[in-house]
Every structure is written in C-alpha cells, then in structure tokens.
Design a protein around this ligand. Sequence first.
Ligand code: ZN
Ligand code: ZN
Ligand code: FE
Length: 760
Amino acid sequence: MNNLARKYIIVEGIVQGVGFRPFIYNIAVKNQLKGWVKNTSEGVYIDIEGKEKDINKLLEELKNNPPPLSQIEKITVTKKDIGQFNTFTIKNSKGVEKPMTQISPDIATCKECEEEIIDTNNRRFKYPFTNCTNCGPRYSIIKELPYDRVMTTMADFKMCSKCLEEYKNPSNRRFHAQPNACSKCGPKIWLENSKGKKIESIQPIEDTLRFIKEGRILAIKGLGGFHLVCNGKDEKAVEKLRVRKSRPKKPFAVMMKNLEIVKKYCDVNKEEEEILTGIRKPILLLHRKNELLSQSIAPNNREIGVMLPYTPLHYQLFDKDIEILIMTSGNISGLPIEYKNHHAREKLSKVVDYYLMHNREIHLSVDDSVARVILDNKQLIRRSRGYAPTPFKLNANLEILACGSNLKNTISIAKNGNGFLSQYIGDLDNLETYNNYIKTIEHFKGIYKIEPKVIVHDMHPEFASSHIIQRLEGEKIAVQHHHAHIASCMKENKIVDKVIGIAFDGTGYGDDGKIWGGEFLVCDYSGYERAGHLNYVKMPGKDYAVKEPWRMSISHLYELYGKKISTNKFDYLDKRTKKNIITMISNNLNCIETSSMGRFFDAISALLGFNGNVSFEGEAAIRLENLINAKEKLYETKSYNYLIENVEGRYVINTKGIIEEILYDTENNVSNSVISKKFHNTVVAFSIDMCKQIRKKYRLNKVTLSGGVFQNKIIIEGIYDGLLKEDFQVFIHREIPCNDGGISFGQMAIAESKLSTRRK
Ligand code: ZN
Ligand code: ZN
Ligand code: FE
C-alpha cells in the first residue's frame, strides 16, 4: 500500500548522545520521509510523514537495528493528520527543561573508526583519539550534564574546521560526537621517562613498541585510567612487574592482538567470542588451552583474563612480534587505579621505566570490567568500563543513595525511576580509595542532581564508610550484608515474591554480631529470616584468619579433636605459633565465630597444602578450585558426609564429618584433585539438601544465588543444575556482580521497597 501517513513516535531509553537523531535522519532521508526528530528529557520524539510502508521501514530499523549504544525501552506510536511537512529536520533540543539523566558508558572503538586509523589515506590515520557517535569515551570524561562538549574534559580542545563540519552534519557519523577530534585539533600523546621527564620523540608509539620489546615496563594512559604494560611473553618482564607492583600472585589481565591470537592460547566458544569482539570489550575470563602462556601471568590458575584492544591507541601497541601485553591496572597493589598524569608520575615512578601520556583528562577513573560465560551466558564479575553507569529500571520514583560494602565497593543511586550502579571503586581500606569513593558519591550527586534523603548502608558498625554516612544528612537505613546480596539478585531478576536466598561469601556482619557467609535466607525486600547456615567455627585472631587460611584449618580440627588435635600437617609453622592458636581457640581469646563459606573453603585449601598468606581476596579458594583436574571435574561424583541439624529452629550444616573424611583421604594418598572435587560435590549436595528442607517448611520454590563464592564455577553450575533437577526455579546474576560489587544495588532495592510500602 502506498498510502500516505503521519506518525508520532516516542522512543524512550538510552537514546541521547548515542547518535540517535542522525540515525533517524538518515533513514528518513533515504526513504523520502518528511518531518522532524528531537531530543527531550523523556526521550527522542519523531514526527514523520510519508508512505506507510516507508514509515514501517523506519520502525523496523528502529526495532531491529538501532544505534549500537542505544538501549530502547519503549516505542510509542500514534497516528496524526497528514500534510504538514516539506523536509526532514533535526530540531534543536534547546529548551529541554529537565536534565537528561542517562549517560552512555565508555565504548570500545567501532569498526569504522578502526578502519580509518589503519587507512594511510585517511586524515585520522594512526590518530590515537579517533572516535565517533558509536564509540569512544563518555562517562569517564563527563563533568556535568547535559552531555555537551563544554561539560566534558574535551572542552579545552577547539575543533578544527574539518572536525566541526563533521560535527554539524546530520548525515555524518560524527554528528554531535562530543569527543570528536583529529590530530590537528585534538589530544596528543608523548613519552616520559620514569622521572616524569618528557622524551623528545617524533614517533612515541613506535618508541613505545621498542621499549616493550626491550622488556621495559610502561604506564600507558588509556580510556579510564593508566595501565601497567609489558610484553606478556617476556617472562622476566612479567616477573619484574610483579616485584615492582608488589603483586606476587594475583592474576594479571592481558590484552591480545586479535581474536585469532586469543584462540591460539585459550578455548573460545561462541558466546565468549561475541563478548570479546563486542562493543564493550571487558576482560573476559577464558580457559587456557595449553601451557603456551607463561605461568607467571596467572599462577596456579586455569583461567586467564583476556581483552581485545578497545582504543585506537591499543591497536597500535601490537605488531608481528608483540601479540600479548600484560595490561593490569596502573596502581600500587590495593590502591585505586591512577588516572591523573601528575598522580601517576608520583605513584608509579618506582614501578615503570616509561610513561606513555596523553592530555585528554580523565574526569572519573573507570577500571576494566571483568566478565565470563557461565551456564551459556555472560556474567559480569566486575561491572565498570563499558557498562557503568547504564541504569536499571526501578518501580518507584525515589531518591536514594546506597553506600555499598567495604570490599569491592560500588555505590548506587536511585533517581527518576532509575537505579544507577557506579563503576567499581575498590576496597575501602586505604585513604586513596576512600577519597575516590567520596569523589564518586559527590560526582553522582552532582550529575544526577540529587540530594538523597535516604542513605542505605551496611549493618557493620566498623565500615570505613560509616564516617561519611554519619556526615550525610537524611534518614539512614542499615541493611544486613547477605540480605543485600540476595536482594540484588532478586532485583536483577525482577522477582517480587519470597525466595530462598543462598548467600555464600567471605565476610558479612550478621545480626547476632557474628561473621556470616554461609547463609540460607528466606526473604523478600522487606526482610529476611535466617532459615539456615553453615555451623559456626571460631576465627582465631579474627581478621588474621582471613589472611592466614591455616588458622581456619586448625580451628576446624579443634572442633573435631579438641585438645587431642594434631597439627603435623602444618609443618611450615613453628611450634609456638601453633600452640598460640590452639590456646586462642580453647580459651576463646581474640576469636570471633563465623559461618562463612569463604572461610570454610580457606580451611580446606590449607588442609590440602595452601601454606602461605593470602595475597589477594579469594586466593586460597581459587587455589582449591584449581586443584581439580579435567578428569575429576567430569567423573568424580562422590561426596563427603555432612549432617543437617536443627538448632533453635534453624537448619545448620554440621561440617565435622566433612573434615574428618577429608583428613582420612589425605592420609590415604587420595589425590588433591579428587579430594577437592569431592569437597565441591559436598557443598553442592548440602546446599540442595538445605533448599529441599527449607522448601518443605516455608513452601517456597524460587532460589536465588548470590555472594562471591559463586564465582566458583563448579559450585554455581553444580548448585544450579542440582536445584533444577529438584524442580526449583533458580536465579543467578548476569549484569550485577555476585560479589560485593553488587551490594549497593541490593541495598538500594531494599530501601526502594521499604520506602514505597511506607508511601502507600
Ligand atoms: Zn567510531
Ligand atoms: Zn580536527
Ligand atoms: Fe559479600
């Protein structure tokens, strides 16, 4: 039908600053449609007239092929009277009353820009800051909203006439691309030595490559901060970096030249390939294919974190000799990533030989995100670059600030029915990270224009964030750590009714003042009942037991044998240390009780030979998982004996039998691989058993899994599959991290629900 028609279309979602209007403009012009498009605070409005079938074409494109950075939530179409327009125009968005609240995350270089930088005839050949409306920096350079060049750190760069032409041309890919630049008018790179002295070089990138080949360590300023970089195939350089960064064992992420190289070293399935090559380019955890990669990149780990180049600069850091670069955050272990030139010079001078600097200022540091594929789909372990601050829909229109957890901190803010989860901030146990935390809170309040009346925080009385929380004005809501974990998973999965929540993690303050972490909660947003948990065991020396897993082993052994305990296993400890620990436990001195699943894993790991201090969170547990060989992973199905007891109306897992049998196995030359797999099977088995008993008592069938222990593949897959077989409905995290990076989101969800019920 060639009937003429006129339609009024409203598109809602993330549709601003993502090239939406030129996208519509180009389709309209191509199809001889007339009318206009404009941005408003509610979304993009399109008034369009032409042949019905052409309008339908536009609607089809809108649905099936929208600009890559957009996220359409709703399209509303209404009919109107025809005969209004002669041309198609992009209307000025001036006079938009309410500020836009949606900011695009930073996005990896798109295909078109990539082609331009390798094209010798293009004016952007090799230009390291090439970007367009489909790619480039956003969140990390925005100082304030609305998103306009003057509000970003690009304000200091005046566009040259060619760039300006692109910027003003609606049919150009760079129409209204705020960070648009070229080598004439945009940011520049240069080299400095470790003392911060500029090195005169006409080809800084070529020189950088030379330094990398010489085995040097460089700090390279990227999109959201500095990376520490060296040749991933140069074992000596990698070791040197470990020493200088004081990061003995924690895996390093790598950047690989291209997909082909990734496939040479790692197993890559279809889902993984999509994530690697997608527009966000997180670090993806992949299974190592072989022993070709140096062990020092990720010691004792079968997985490796890999990403592909995501800025025009990155592409140029590879050549025929360089195919793998260590790309770890530019910081001293434990401190936040450096993102200001002068700070980097100060802090990293002892770590690096050279700096590759640039003068596009990063306003807010954004770490690389970390993802993996689990149960056939993507799951984010760290939600940061490429994802933050994409909002989640909330039910209520409230202003809330959620302060998050002490470790792996993030914050969340609720505004206008949207929940914004911040980028990864880190562990709040040092002043630098804490300052970054405060800055992020202020930044969020500033860009989203909110003065939250409600502040949600963890119940823990001694969190670093308690100081700031006391200073903030407004109503305070304290949320139990594991309740927040489960709520974050419920919210992500849009669950409204009661669930059985399994929260397995390292540490969370319980409402009995003890350290929880192996929890079975029956809960919704309004509250929880602790239906069951792992039995309490003492943590001798409290927090020291986190750093020294053997303390937990001794504690478990003491539970079993009391004073008759044998500590022969721990031959690396001197007699006095062992005696002290036993005295601590028997006299209950400097101990705190814990039901933590993380500590339980630590204890087993130390029983199976993990004999050092933990140099990063989860190290002992990761070691335990990695003891399992491919064969046992598939075929070892036995498990150890456990007991579920009823203690004061709660189901409590008694772990004594497990420890006893593991000891028996270790003394009878059963391999660590078999023991570890049997242990994992046991955790899976008692979890399912617990859920079955809780289902019977509470008549609930939905189970949500949350907490850092679910980063363990065998545990999450085992429990997930096992519960499905028992006809449970099971929900896991995808977009929100299962670890403490998701706590602020759960806190926000709980506060949202509390406040909206109060309103009714
Ligand atoms: Zn681009
Ligand atoms: Zn230019
Ligand atoms: Fe936690």
